[in-house]
Structures are given as C-alpha cells and as structure tokens.
Design a protein around this ligand. Structure first.
Ligand code: ATP
Length: 638
C-alpha cells in the first residue's frame, strides 16, 4: 500500500519524460483507487500519480486533473458530456460488433457499463493495432463530444466514442464508459483531488526532507492554499498551470476571484425567531435584510462592459436574463469598470410596484430570451459586492462590501434596488421589521454580522435566515430527493399516488448517501400528479441504488435515480423507526422523519447533493426539541 507520499518513479512512469502520458496509466491508477477503501491510501495513490506526471510530462497534469474530477471544463462554462445510456450502448455495440440488445441485457445484469465494456473488448478484433490512447487525446475527444451540437450531434458523439473504444486497451474501455456516463465509481471527492494536487506539487519540489519536523504542517498549509484558491476561482484551467509555475504561497496572487468566473454563493443557517438571533449575535454588530424570494443572481460586469449572470449553481444564466444585463449596465455609476454583485432576481409588477411570488418567476423561459418578448419583468435586489474595479472584496467585512455596493450602482425604480435593510437590537423593532418584510411579499429576513467576510459555498453562522414560516412550522422547509413512488389507486390510477423522499449525506468515505425521511401523498393537484409522473418516469431504475438507506417495511413500487429535488414543508420532525434520515445522529438506531409534508415546488436549481443534509435535519430536530421544551416551561411558569 502507498505510504505517505512514497514515490517510485521508474515503477510508476513507464513513458519517457516529456512523452505524452498514456491513458492506461490513469486507468491503472483508477483501478488501484477503486480497490481501496481507506481515504489516506486513496489520496496517496493519487499523489504518486500526480507526482509521476509532474516529474515527466507536467503539461498533462491539467487533462489528468479534469479526468479525475470527471469534468470537461470549469463548471461555469456549462460544458457537459451529456450522453444518454442509449448512445453509449449503441457506441459499445458499434465498437465491438456485438448486438445492442445483448449489451443492454448485460448492462441490466451488471449495473455498470464499464464492466460491460471491459468484457466486450475481449471479443473484439481489429485489423490494425491502433495507437495507444493518451490522457491528452482522451480529454480532447471528451471535449469534442461535449461540444457536439445540433441535429447530427448524437451520431457524431457516437462515432467519437467508437473511435476511443477501438483504441482502448486493457482496463481503459471501462473507465472511458464510466467517465462518459459521469459515474467514475472510484470514490474520488473533489476535495481529495485538491489535497492530492497540493501535496504532489509540494513533495515534488521539496522532497520528503522532514529534518525540522515541519513537513506535516507544510503539507496542511499547501492543501489550505489550493482549496482556498479553487473556492475563489473554480477553474482548473487557471489553477493547475499556476501551481506548476509559481511557489505555492504565491499562487493566490496570480489566481484569485475575478469578474468572469463565479464563486459558489455564501449560504445562511436557519433560526427559530428574533430572540434566537439576538441570542446568537449578542456580541456583534448585525444588519437585517429582506429575504427576497426569487432566483439568486451573481452578476459579473467585466472590463469592457460585458455582463454575465450566474445561478446559485454557477450555471450561466446570461441568456435567460438579457433584461438584467441591460438594467445593470444602466445602473452602473460612472467610473465603475468591473464589478461583481450578489443579488436576488425577483418577479416584479412595475405598474403597482409590487413584488410577485416565485411561482410567477418560474414561468419565464430558461434560455435565449429576447428582451421585447419578456412577459414577466424582474427587479434585481442587490445585497452584496464581491469585486470592484479590480479589487477582490471577499475578505473584506460586510460593512466595506456594502459601502462598495452603494458606491457602484444607482437604484433605478422597479428595476434595481438595494436590499431593504435595518440595523437594530430592539426585539420589538426587529419583530416589526420581520412583519413588514412579509407584508412586502418577501419570505422574511436574512440577518448578517457586519464584520463577516464573504465565505464562498459556506453555510455560515454569520448569516441567519429568519423566515416567517419558521415561527409556526418546524423551521425551514426541506429540499428532498425523490427516490421512489407507489402507484396510485382509484382516482389516481395511472399516475403515482405517493412518493418516497430522502435527504442527502456524505458517508465516511465522502460518498453521497440518500436516507429516507418521509412518504408524501397529499397536497398534489391532479395536473401536478400527471406532470410529475411523466417527468419522473425517465429516472426510473430497476431497484434501489447501493447508496439508498431505507426501512425494509417501506419499499416503494418503483425506484428512481437520485435526480429530482423537491422543496417540501412539514408540520414537525419526529423520531422514526422506519426512516433513516440522520440515523445515529440523534438516536443511535432510529432515524428522523418529517410529518405531514407537502410539496412547495420542484427545485430545478438544486442538484441532489445540495438537498438538505442529515446533519441539518438533526440540527433542526434539536432546535425543535429546545423550542418545545421552552414553550412547555413558559406554560408551566404561567
Ligand atoms: P440555501 O440557498 O440556503 O440552500 P434555499 O435555496 O432553499 O436554501 P433559502 O434557504 O430560502 O434558499 O434562502 C437562501 C437564499 O435566499 C439565498 O440563496 C438567496 O438566493 C436568497 N436571498 C434573498 N434575499 C437575500 C439577502 N438579502 N441576502 C442573502 N440571500 C438572499
């Protein structure tokens, strides 16, 4: 087993320095990783592979990092492989001369197209021995596949895949198929790749010399640098070459947040009420802002005036909101050359000056919107400024970021406003402000400490959400993943009558796990049941996935792949012998369930990994228990 950064170049690198890295090397590394379960050993296998590449052919480190993370481009470029199983099955049949039906049957039996590809290869005959694949050539083809557009794109993708498969040897075909499917199955979390990258770069430069006993600390700080750089500039295109070029501590000067590359947004934690906020923030200055209910928009104005708008998931929403681009261009103050704003785009009735509910916004088209065809107008509510005229503001306190925000834009009525804010410590005043926020058509308040920095992708304790609903329900709503369903009876024959819902959790190996939290069967309209049945059918699978945790007494009629996220509200949380959410976190053997859930909306902007986590459920349960305890005590006091 690989020890802490053990490195044996001759054994690892079988190619000549500066020659292209063979894809077989990466496939063998993946295979070794797949057989391991210990995180430390997995990280070391990866460190050694990266070191071998840095030592011989550093230019190939970038494609290798992309292949390890199963990406073809930085997330904000929105380039995805987008290949359905049927194209992959056709390509595999085409490359091996096997019948499609046979490939399909074997896929159903093994559940892994990679294994089918490996088995199929043995039967394949080629006239000429094709040149071996390299990591660079595989990555280049993956990008071509991702970029193929238009009518003939499926056929083009298929031909490119066939070309890869015909040249693939040994274990390579398996990993090509798995990568194309977006499921490498090697338990490599993004954070592990970042840590391995940092360690490989450091060890390759400094070696294992640990005379002064500081190596462990140096490795730890290298990992921190790389994680921070990637969280501020999530683009391997920019980070990997810089890691090779500069000393590690210098990398943040060269690769940092800038207009054009979105950061993952900072998130807030739920609270129960104004008193909890006052309690939590008793020692710090804080501000309350209206919590608008629309779509998060990170607006980037680049030097030269180009505007780009990114969603909560860093998807490029620019073609959905040409109106926002125009509004921001107009509202920009003189002297502002580049700026990044954190905002909420909200449906707005300009005639009455009223905020409209989220449901109205969700009727807008998602792509290629023409300004003169827009029926649902939006107003942009800006609440943060992350970058101004070349200066990164992420590490600055909110006080300064807000000043920057106010200095960068002019409010334009009904089009762009700063989030309504209030600073007060008076319980009654805050309560009134909360009521006003709801009356104004928002969801409540977000309370922020004034000295907090902007923490990308963190659900921070410096931002607390105070939703009106919390005060009577069990707190926040839940974002749950639909993993199964039961057939409807009576009036609901032909559609699903109820659904099985799960929350997300990373297991000890940082793998996704889905734990059931409830069954939902009420609150749907007939229309909704019909459309949900249609949209969910495409995710139907033969049985539960290995990472589903559910009770044996609650088996649905059909199972779904974990793809669809719904927001649901519930009456309260209770300990459950049947459901598995947060099992072991509150009760050693029982899970937690939500009672009387009802569907609020389908969350198309959320991925299953972004659903409510088991830890959040446990936190909510504990908060609910505290609140109940408090109210019982109050009743007893009376
Ligand atoms: P989360 O984004 O926390 O996972 P969610 O998407 O369900 O959860 P909520 O919990 O309802 O959203 O609230 C957080 C969201 O509120 C932010 O992502 C942002 O889009 C929106 N928001 C509205 N007004 C503000 C504001 N003033 N400051 C920060 N966020 C705001």
């Amino acid at each position: 087993a690989a020890q802490h950064g053990t490195f044996d170049l001759p054994a690892l690198a079988t190619w000549k320095p500066s020659d292209p890295v063979p894809f077989a090397f990466l496939a063998t590394t993946f295979e070794a990783i797949a057989e391991e379960s210990k995180r430390l050993v997995i990280t070391n296998l990866l460190i050694n592979a990266f070191r071998a590449i840095i030592a011989t052919t550093p230019a190939d480190l970038l494609p290798v990092v992309y292949l390890c993370t199963n990406q073809v481009a930085p997330p904000h470029e929105g380039l995805e492989l987008g290949i359905g199983d049927s194209t992959l099955i056709k390509a595999l049949a085409g490359a091996t001369g096997r019948k499609e039906a046979l490939v399909k049957k074997e896929y159903e039996e093994t559940g892994d197209l990679g294994t089918v590809a490996c088995n199929s290869r043995a039967t394949q005959r080629t006239m000429f021995k094709p040149a071996p694949l390299t990591v660079a050539s595989v990555f280049k083809t993956f990008r071509e596949i991702a970029k193929a557009e238009g009518k003939a794109s499926q056929e083009k993708k298929k031909q490119l895949i066939i070309k890869l498969l015909v040249s693939a040897g040994q274990n390579e075909a398996g990993y090509i198929m798995r990568a194309l499917q977006g499921k490498l199955r090697i338990r490599l979390a993004e954070q592990t790749v970042l840590v391995a990258l940092a360690h490989a770069v450091l060890l390759q430069r400094k070696g294992h010399d640990d005379k002064d006993g500081s190596l462990a600390n140096q490795l730890e700080s290298a990992a921190q640098v790389v994680k921070r750089v990637y969280s501020e500039c999530p683009s391997h295109d920019e980070m990997v070459p810089a890691l090779l070029k500069y000393e590690l501590e210098e990398v943040p000067q060269h690769v940092h947040f800038r207009a054009g590359v979105p950061v993952k947004p900072m998130l807030a934690k739920p609270t129960n009420g104004v008193s909890e906020v006052l309690d939590k923030f008793q020692d710090c200055e804080f501000t309350c802002e209206y919590k608008y209910d629309g779509e998060r928009a990170q607006v980037h104005v680049m030097e030269g005036g180009k505007v780009a708008i990114y969603s909560r998931n860093s998807e490029n929403n620019t073609s959905k909101y040409p109106d926002i681009a125009a509004i921001v261009a107009k509202a920009k103050q003189a002297g502002v050359k580049s700026v990044v704003l954190d905002c909420e785009a909200v449906a707005f009735d300009r005639a009455t000056g009223k905020i409209l509910p989220f449901q109205v916004l969700s009727t807008r088209a998602r792509k290629d919107v023409k300004v003169d065809e827009i029926k649902v107008q939006v107003c942009l509510f800006a609440f943060d400024c992350l970058y101004l005229n070349g200066e990164v503001l992420l590490q600055k306190p909110l006080t300064e970021r807000r000043t920057a925000l106010y200095s960068a834009l002019n409010e334009t009525h009904g089009e762009l406003h700063f989030a309504t804010a209030k600073t007060s410590r008076e319980l009654e005043e805050l309560q009134t402000f909360l009521d006003e926020s709801v009356a104004a058509g928002t969801e409540g308040l977000i309370v922020k400490t004034m000295d907090s920095t902007y923490e990308p992708s963190r659900r921070s304790t410096h931002w607390l959400k105070l939703k009106k609903d919390y005060l009577d329900g069990c707190g926040d709503s839940f974002d749950v993943v639909v993993i199964g369903a039961w057939f409807g009876k009576g009036k609901r024959t032909g559609v699903f009558g109820s659904y099985l819902l799960a929350v997300h959790q990373l297991d000890d190996e940082e793998e996704d796990e889905y734990q059931t939290i409830s069954k939902i069967g009420t609150g749907f309209s007939e229309e909704q049941l019909k459309s949900l049945a249609i949209s969910l059918k495409e995710h139907q699978i033969d049985g539960p996935l290995d990472n589903y945790r559910y009770g044996e007494t609650l088996i649905p009629d059909v199972w779904f792949d974990a793809k669809t996220v719904w927001e649901v509200k519930a009456a309260d949380l209770s300990i459950s012998p049947v459901h598995r959410a947060a099992q072991g976190l509150v009760d050693p053997s029982k899970g937690i369930s939500i009672r009387f859930p009802r569907l609020v909306r389908v969350r198309e902007d959320k991925k299953p990994e972004q659903a409510t986590s088991a830890e959040q459920v446990a936190e909510m349960y504990q908060r609910q228990a505290l609140a109940q305890h408090g109210s019982k005590r109050e009743m007893a006091d009376e």
